[in-house]
Write a protein that binds this ligand. Structure first.
Ligand SMILES: *Cc1c(COP(=O)(O)O)cnc(C)c1O
Length: 382
């Protein structure tokens, strides 16, 4: 009944965990869920107000422009200028997305021919692999390991792979490892992409969720980046807007136009009222972002120091709302946490084979729940 491309998808480990979680809940267990990468904090009220007002204006009730409202693309361009010092032409170098997942899912359709390689970080956001498979490309895994600070070793990619590689996915600050990458790495990637004629897709969903004064760069800050790459960005994590489905792609005109041609044939753009609220988010005071980072930072500190006290090998991340922790075996640790403490974490293997030996905590739960989880963990014999 199903097409081969569905059968070819990797097994969806999260569905298995969801099932176990539902079973425990049915038994009456009070589950503490660090599994989901979805902010528990609400969207700031000035953004919600802006949506309500826009939704009442019937001008927003029609088919949106495929590329996004020009005002939205202008707001994105000025945000990129003030935040990263990157110049973008809002007319040709910015595209509205229905969440950045949508852009990531569609981008291989524009640049990958069947049988060509796509270089994918492993562990990584699962959509990099599935979008490659949907476009009938071949996945080449670039291992992210503790030894290389979770940054891929570009020299380790075999030359016969590079000959037929057409696209590379990257994302820093990284999900799931919470690693960051310096701008100098992005410059190396630009050089590498030029030499090997590869389109780079940089996924920057967490650039604003940073701690201890760290400021994450944009891939587009690297010299020449616009000619070889696209950056996918999103309001989801920055403004607690995961449910709103609004993001943006930014990059050189040719690349943006390639992605735009796919989208024109697939979707009809993001709801104008949501774009107007997104303009409010990008152009108003960014105090709400700083406030959210403060909340995550406090949670990070409590969780990381508690885990260290329990004897675990874990470091405090500079960015993202994830804590990536070393464990002897991802799956058995995950099961033990769920069975003996009612705590959900995500096994690293859910993000690819090089994720084995790690689990991911999403710190999208409040301090009381984090303390409760640590208390429960103290009673487990690991
Ligand atoms: C959350 C996330 C996204 C997608 O977010 P959208 O809600 O689709 O904008 C993309 N990449 C990574 C790594 C993420 O964690």
């Amino acid at each position: 009944m199903y097409a081969k491309r569905l059968d070819n998808l990797p097994p969806y480990l999260f569905a298995q965990i969801d099932k176990l979680k539902a079973e425990k809940r049915a038994e009456g267990v009070d589950i503490i869920d660090f599994g989901v990468g979805d902010p528990d904090l609400p969207t700031p009220s000035h953004i919600v107000d802006s949506l309500c007002e826009a939704a009442r204006d019937s001008a927003t009730h029609h088919y949106p422009d495929y590329t996004g409202m020009l005002e939205y693309r202008e707001a994105v361009a000025s945000w990129y200028k003030s935040r990263f010092g990157v110049d973008l032409d809002p007319k040709t170098e910015v595209l509205a997305l229905i969440g950045s997942k949508e852009g990531i899912a569609h981008v291989p359709e524009a640049f990958v021919n069947p049988g060509e390689y796509v270089l994918v970080p492993d562990p990584g956001y699962p959509v990099y692999k599935t979008s490659t498979l949907f476009a009938e490309g071949k996945v080449w895994e670039m291992p992210l390991t503790g030894e290389n600070d979770f940054i891929p070793d570009l020299d380790a990619i075999p030359s016969d792979v590079l000959k037929t590689a057409s696209l590379m996915f990257l994302g820093y600050p990284n999900n799931p490892t919470a690693a960051t990458a310096p701008l100098s790495f992005f410059s190396e990637v630009v050089e590498f992409a030029r030499e090997n004629d590869i389109v780079v897709v940089h996924d920057n969903a967490y650039s604003e969720i940073t701690f201890d004064g760290y400021k994450a760069p944009s891939f587009l800050q690297a010299d020449g980046a616009k000619e070889v790459g696209i950056e996918m960005h999103s309001l989801s994590k920055t403004y607690n807007m995961t449910g709103w489905r609004i993001g943006m792609a930014a990059g050189g005109e040719e690349l943006i136009s390639g992605l735009g041609r796919v989208k024109t044939n697939v979707d009809s753009g993001a709801f104008d009222a949501i774009q107007r609220a997104a303009i409010t988010a990008l152009t108003s005071s960014q105090q709400c972002v700083a406030d959210a980072c403060k909340v995550y930072q406090e949670r990070r500190d409590i969780l990381v120091s508690g885990l260290k006290d329990l004897g675990f090998d874990v470091t405090a991340p500079k960015a993202t709302f994830y804590v990536w922790m070393k464990v002897p075996d991802s799956m058995s640790f995950t099961q033990k946490m769920l069975n003996e403490a009612g705590i959900v974490v995500t096994p690293g293997t859910g993000f690819g084979r090089s994720g084995d030996g790690y689990v991911r905590f999403a710190i999208t739960r409040n301090v009381d729940r984090i303390n409760e989880a640590l208390e429960r963990m103290r009673r487990i014999d690991f």
